[in-house]
Design a protein around this ligand. Structure first.
Ligand code: ATP
Ligand code: MG
Ligand code: FE
Length: 342
């Protein structure tokens, strides 16, 4: 089974060919990071225009690198949401046109299910049921993957997503955009125990997250030092912030595994590329005798191989979309199931 995945939900134009949901034949990613950097974040209009310019070439390359012809494809998969509407529409329109012209089935994929499915690529032993921590630019979910495409959410963020908090803190301390990787690099030079920033406690929802408190604490500390004319040790601020966030994420993920008696744990989304988080999760899982999985770095942030991997399991179930499928900018995780039902 050869599936072409297409992903244009944010600022990466991506196409990939994946065999049987786990073998990556090609994974082409055209990042717009440089285009948006001068604005300090993604500009939706610029994103859609750039997707439009790049998409044909990116798909052509993905097919060429896979060493196959378009006709050999089994199906076309595309991210239908959530994301920027104009950006999503470029991928969805392209996928619909290809599916129609080639006479192949069209498989709609939820972007977050794609992130989770990145785990199926490097780790064929990662099979449901397992607990997954999804931490990306727009989401922080702690969930149970009961079966392929069958998800139960136990925790979510009350305010900023984990990646969003990394980005905001990075911008505030002057590291620029995109913040996550830059903050991680700076944190390597700092002391993770220089500051003890607060962690939010939510008695009624122990698996929910809140990162706006720690984010504000970092900014307040920086401003306080500046006002006193004291030296601001950016590396210490970054290291302590990263320590706080990765500790909270890993503690809650392990706690949920214990409560559910699940001994398989995985991480997904852009923040899963963070070395400190990977280290902590691996260590804690080992202590508890749990199996731990994480996607390769390049499969953590946005890519199309993860979309094709998720689509493989939908293909098995025959979950295809009609040519009236649309882009759904605020598609929720459970909603996609209903959308796909005939
Ligand atoms: P979503 O998937 O929720 O729709 P998105 O697609 O924009 O959002 P991703 O591409 O999955 O997000 O991840 C990007 C996010 O991951 C950014 O917030 C970025 O700062 C963060 N990130 C990337 N690498 C790292 C890292 N090494 N450490 C911490 N955060 C990181
Ligand atoms: Mg991106
Ligand atoms: Fe993403």
């Amino acid at each position: 089974v050869l599936i072409l995945g297409i992903e244009t939900s944010c600022d990466e134009t991506a196409a990939a060919v994946v065999k049987n949901g786990e073998e990556v034949l090609s994974n082409v990613i055209s990042s717009q990071v440089a285009l948006h950097a001068e604005f300090g974040g993604v500009v939706p209009e610029i994103a859609s225009r750039n997707h439009l310019e790049k998409i044909d070439e990116v798909i052509r390359l993905a097919i060429k690198e896979a060493g196959i012809s378009m006709q050999e494809l089994t199906a076309i998969a595309v991210t239908v949401g959530p994301g920027l509407v104009g950006a999503l529409l470029v991928g969805v329109s392209e996928a619909k046109a290809l599916a129609f012209a080639l006479g192949k089935p069209l498989i709609p994929v939820h972007h977050i299910e794609g992130h989770i499915a990145a785990n199926f690529i490097s780790n064929p032993e990662c099979e449901p049921p397992f607990v997954c921590l999804v931490a990306s630019g727009g989401h922080s979910h702690l969930l149970l993957v009961e079966d392929y495409g069958k998800i139960r959410i136990y925790g979510r963020t009350r305010d900023d997503a984990a990646g969003e908090a990394f980005d905001k803190v990075a911008r505030a301390v002057g590291l620029g955009y995109p913040g996550g990787p830059k903050l991680e690099k700076m944190a390597k030079e700092g002391n993770p125990h220089a500051y003890h920033f607060p962690t939010a406690k939510m008695e009624d929802a122990p698996y929910d997250f809140s990162f706006s408190g720690v984010k504000s604490a970092v900014l307040n500390e920086m401003n306080r030092k500046k006002m006193l004319g004291e030296e601001v040790r950016v590396a210490d601020l970054c290291a302590s912030f990263q320590e706080n966030v990765t500790e909270v994420l890993s503690e809650k993920a392990i706690a949920l595994c214990k409560e559910l008696h699940i001994n398989r744990l995985s991480i997904a989304g852009g923040v899963a590329a963070n070395g400190k988080l990977r280290e902590k999760m691996e260590e804690k899982a080992k202590q508890e005798g749990m199996e731990f999985f994480c996607p390769k770095l390049i499969l953590c942030t946005d890519n199309a191989a993860m979309i094709a991997a998720a689509a493989y399991h939908e293909w098995k179930k025959g979950n295809f979309a009609g040519h009236d499928v649309n882009a759904y900018p605020s598609l929720s995780l459970s909603e996609v199931k209903d959308e796909e039902k005939p």
